[in-house]
Ligand binder design. Sequence first.
Ligand SMILES: *Cc1c(COP(=O)(O)O)cnc(C)c1O
Length: 417
Amino acid sequence: MYNDFSISDKARKLVLKAEKDLKDEFQKIDEICDINSLKVLKAFNRNNISEAHFNSTTGYGYDDVGRDAIEKVFAEVLGAEDALVRSQFISGSHALNVALFSYLRPGDLMLSITGTPYDTLHEVIGIKDNPSSLKSFGIKYDQIDLINDDFNYQGITDYLKNNKVKLIEIQRSKGYSTRKSLTIDKLKKVIDEIRKVDKEVIIMVDNCYCEFVETLTPCEVGADIIVGSLIKNLGGGIAPNGAYIAGRKDLINLAGERLTLPGEGREVGPSLGINKAILQGFFMAPSVVASALKTAVLTSKVLEDLGFKVEPRYNDQRADIVQNIIFGNEKDLVDYCAGIQNASPVDSFVNPIPWDMPGYDDKVVMAAGAFTHGSSIELSCDGPIREPFIAYQQGSLTYSYGKIAVMKAVQKLLDNK
Ligand SMILES: *Cc1c(COP(=O)(O)O)cnc(C)c1O
């Protein structure tokens, strides 16, 4: 059966052998999945979720009981006072943009303590010129880089003693950088240090790709506000679009006023038929994230066995669902992505080729055969065509499909030899 799918016995056995060594890692992932599933189920129960919540509104979206219940459920599970969960957020980047414009006023200073933020925020902040950036409104920006993949604790507290900062941004996942992603432990440590010198600064966490990877959330260790996308972890592969902002109630209200308009805020915004998908996706999310994590751990082990450098390694503590493979040459990177694409449920017949992308300096190769366009909780793999030719792989709705895709991608690498 595998041969019919162009997977040789050699590729299959390589993957099955690696899988045998992953019992401990998989058990830890299952334990985290159990705890997060229990949190979700409790929140559904406490909020008496019923079929009525699957209905939704049109037009202005007044009294959308499903939408309001969804926001209560998200807030509870995320350990937040309140949440805004909306399809009117067109992406995670849009939600980050709305949050920043909600909290910063002319003359305010924003500080990133994880170095240069995610690519899409460069024009939002004004790191790259844009006539609608925060900078164009007179909002200042500064950043402190990480040191050895950890926060520059001393640099941050010194900076806060000498400057009045309105908002600190912390990006947990690595984006297209080569650093490690940041665990809840490290996040807690830096927030505790920040609070020793500044009780007022708004601490905002870009939580993309990190939800349900651990059992504690950023809000539970002191973050004021967190932001993420519904076509990543928390949508469970079922939500068709949208994003969330969760955290302090006053800050959620401000974000509502900015997303819609002052005076109407979060009271408006029709859910247009997607309430059931959001609830069902959130219900599935702990398991889907666990499948994505198992696929990442398996990928890490198999590719390490084949002699490639990987980050994280299979037994490292993980903060997000992203797996890096450092291929060191273009051909292996492109072939691997082709294998992932060919093992996708949608568009399996296309072959990804490196291409210029808006917003990127280098060509990028992308494998994505997803039910939801751009969804990266579904298995996807991409990488910029530059030294050292790193693949960024994430997702998989189920572990079995992830495993088959890894076999197929390994086969492509073997064919290449
Ligand atoms: C995915 C991601 C975002 C938001 O991206 P969208 O594609 O706009 O949803 C922001 N920050 C990080 C670290 C991400 O991984």
